[in-house]
Design a protein around this ligand. Structure first.
Ligand code: EPU
Length: 420
């Protein structure tokens, strides 16, 4: 198993390029099932989650090719309607196959995802939406069985603005009879990316990016062609790296307009941030960062996917910060690991109180999910001595060659392979 060895690296300096967004690409790949023919995607990151989704598409009969950031998915012939547990347990986003398979085949069998390291993560809103559109859904031996001859547009009010449910319902509505209105829809940029790609393929979707999305059903759509938006969480992680190390980093191929809440918090921490079109310069302060109280929320609020990384930054701030996690109450698996490095963090329910310490000390730690892993890298970059991060396979799910990219900024990080 691979581990990272990270050493105190001083201020990171230089330019770093952001990859395409995993969480935008996963729905796009699933949406390729909707159209007969070859969909083409550009700016595709080379990540383990992309490989898992490719394996799923492959099992369904979609021909997938990936080379140099370009992925094609030819769904001319679908041969299976089943997303098995073996893949869904590796990656919850496999649930995205549910709606397109149902639309294309009239039937889908997708394993229930189950819980995850930080809580139950239900899918009731996905199922509620599909049922409202006319699908018959039953749960059978751990699988969702969905059947529908023709879906029919309707009004759906989501109880929570779930990204996944919005994606599944939007895909289901594209070729339904009549109009679907999704209220309390997720507003994330990844939803807009999908809606635009579907729109260019002939779907009639309006309102993506707002809380009300309207989909007027069409008979069919052509294959998709889309350039994947830059990964706002990867960009935010690099920005946090500049801030925690007190360096100066130019982050290229990013969308600062997708990162307003993160930029605001990092500025409150004392960073100097300038944005120009698709790039931003982040300059950390040469004094200790300031404590800031944050709360995660639905887009455009501060993203839960940046909560762990900002906690590393706040761990060294002068003063006390509170971090309230409003999306996944238990998403704190990085906290005990940051404590091993000397951070002073107290948890009470979904609130973490972070009392800034003057220094962290390197130690062996364990990565527990994608974002927890990157938070530990950030802490390792400033901790005294060496930090060994075990179980980094999580990070390869969501960050493309992160150690190479950070080394380009002067980070002392290397991947080692040894039995644990
Ligand atoms: N929720 C429900 N019922 C549902 C669906 C969601 O109650 O049917 C709740 C969840 O429990 C949670 C909230 O709604 O409290 C938001 O969940 P959402 O469905 O939006 O999350 P997701 O679609 O499962 C995506 C990202 C996550 C990211 C969340 C929140 C993908 C593939 N995953 O998950 O990304 O944390 O949105 O922004 O897009 C990551 O990349 O590290 C990651 C975990």
């Amino acid at each position: 198993m691979d581990s990272f060895l990270v050493k105190n690296s001083g201020g990171l300096e230089g330019r770093i390029r952001v990859s395409g967004a995993k969480n935008a690409m996963l729905p796009l790949m699933a949406a390729s099932i909707l159209a007969e023919g070859k969909s083409v995607f550009e700016n595709v990151p080379n990540l383990r989650d992309m490989k898992t989704m490719s394996s799923l598409l492959d099992m369904l009969g979609v021909e997938v090719e990936f080379k140099n950031g370009r992925l094609t998915a030819d769904a001319s012939a679908i041969q299976s309607e089943e997303a098995p547990y073996s893949l869904v347990k590796q990656m919850r986003a496999s649930i995205y196959a549910l709606a397109p398979l149902l639309v294309r085949q009239g039937h889908a069998r997708v394993s229930l995802p189950g819980g995850c390291a930080w809580g139950p993560r239900p899918i009731d809103q996905h199922l509620k939406g599909l049922t409202a559109l006319g699908a018959r859904i039953k749960i059978d031996h751990g699988y969702i069985e969905a059947t529908a001859r023709k879906l029919k547009g309707t009004g759906i009010i989501l109880s929570v603005p779930s990204v996944g449910a919005t994606v599944n319902i939007m895909m289901a509505a594209v070729m339904a009879r009549g109009k679907t209105v999704i209220e309390n829809a997720a507003r994330e940029p990844e939803i807009v990316n999908l809606a635009e790609a579907l729109g260019e393929a002939g779907a009639k979707i309006s309102g993506a990016g707002s809380s009300t999305i309207e989909v007027e059903g069409v008979k069919e759509i052509s294959p998709l062609a889309s350039r994947v938006i830059p990964d706002r969480i990867e960009a935010g992680t690099f920005a946090a790296a500049a801030v925690i190390t007190g360096g100066e980093v130019i982050i290229e191929n990013c969308r600062p307009d997708h990162m307003r809440a993160v930029i605001q918090v990092l500025k409150e921490c004392g960073a100097d941030i300038e944005t120009i079109d698709d790039s931003m310069t982040v300059k950390g302060s040469n004094r200790r960062t300031r404590a800031v109280d944050i709360e995660t929320g639905y887009y455009p609020s501060f993203p839960t996917d940046m909560q762990a990384q900002i906690m590393s930054v706040l761990g060294l701030a002068s003063g006390s910060s509170s971090v309230v996690e409003n999306i996944y109450a238990d998403r704190f698996s990085h906290v005990p690991e940051l404590r091993r490095l000397g951070a002073d963090i107290h948890l009470d329910g979904n609130v973490a109180v972070v009392r800034g310490v003057k220094k962290l000390e390197g130690a062996p730690v364990m990565a527990t999910d994608i974002r927890a892993s990157s938070a530990l890298i950030l802490a390792g970059l400033v901790a005294e001595g060496e930090t060994k991060i075990l179980r980094i396979y999580h990070i390869d799910r969501g960050y493309e060659r992160i150690e190479e990219k950070l080394r380009g900024l002067g980070a002392d990080i290397k991947r080692v392979n040894e039995p644990h």
